[in-house]
Design a protein around this ligand. Structure first.
Ligand SMILES: CC(C)(COP(=O)(O)OP(=O)(O)OC[C@H]1O[C@@H](n2cnc3c(N)ncnc32)[C@H](O)[C@@H]1OP(=O)(O)O)[C@@H](O)C(=O)NCCC(=O)NCCS
Length: 184
């Protein structure tokens, strides 16, 4: 199967999920100032216009073979990009992995949970996907609460799953499957 950009683009009262554009460089710059985002992503720590544009071009190229999709999370009111959603198909049939981040100034205002809820419902109702998985550091309380708020269920601990600063860390694996949507 392929993953493609949602048509029409997804939006709620809070966020729009849309393609990255070169007008979003301020968002890439802000993401690079966060201590955690560049560690698990290709966001440049030392921002230059060229590095910022290269990040946006990488986001576009994720969809070249239909195996992944990267979307900007934009504020519904201004269309300003404040975050990123990544979806990638896995070797497990009809499953994708989900990743996300918000720039520091946009956190705690519901943008993350609105974006994850919107994309998750679309993936499980409008595509052939049946299961979405997300892995979270056990101390990432905001991310755990976001997943729970979006109906995700804890499946277990993946031991030494994440490498951060050359050290292994456990991860919690959460999932959302199609039947879960009927309970939320
Ligand atoms: C995780 C992240 C995406 C959450 O997005 P957000 O827009 O700030 O989250 P929301 O405002 O939608 O809030 C989601 C839930 O987290 C809670 N939350 C938000 N910030 C929090 C914080 N700093 N500490 C504890 N809980 C927090 C909210 O109260 C809400 O929970 P509730 O529904 O039970 O009230 C964001 O903090 C982030 O980008 N962090 C850095 C990158 C990262 O960790 N990415 C995820 C990797 S798995």
């Amino acid at each position: 199967m392929r993953l493609d950009y949602p048509v029409p683009a997804l939006r709620s009262d809070v966020v729009r999920l849309r393609k990255w554009t070169y007008d979003d460089l301020d968002c890439v710059r802000a993401a690079g100032t966060d201590p955690s985002i560049p560690k698990g992503t290709t966001v440049p720590v030392h921002f230059t216009e060229a590095e910022g544009k290269a990040f946006i071009e990488r986001a576009w190229s994720r969809n070249d073979d239909g195996q992944a999709l990267a979307l900007a999370i934009a504020r519904a009111d201004s269309n300003e990009a404040v975050g990123h959603l990544y979806l990638g198909l896995t070797r497990v049939e009809r499953q994708c992995r989900l990743g996300y981040w918000l720039i520091p100034s946009a956190r705690g205002q519901g943008f993350g949970s609105s974006a994850v809820d919107l994309i998750s419902r679309w993936l499980l109702t409008d595509t052939d996907l049946y299961r979405i998985v997300a892995e979270v550091h056990p101390e990432n309380v905001a991310s755990i609460r976001l997943l729970v708020a979006c109906g995700y269920t804890l499946e277990g601990t993946l031991r030494s799953w994440l490498w951060i600063d050359d050290e292994p860390h456990d991860a919690l694996q959460y999932s959302l499957i199609r039947p879960d949507l009927h309970h939320t």
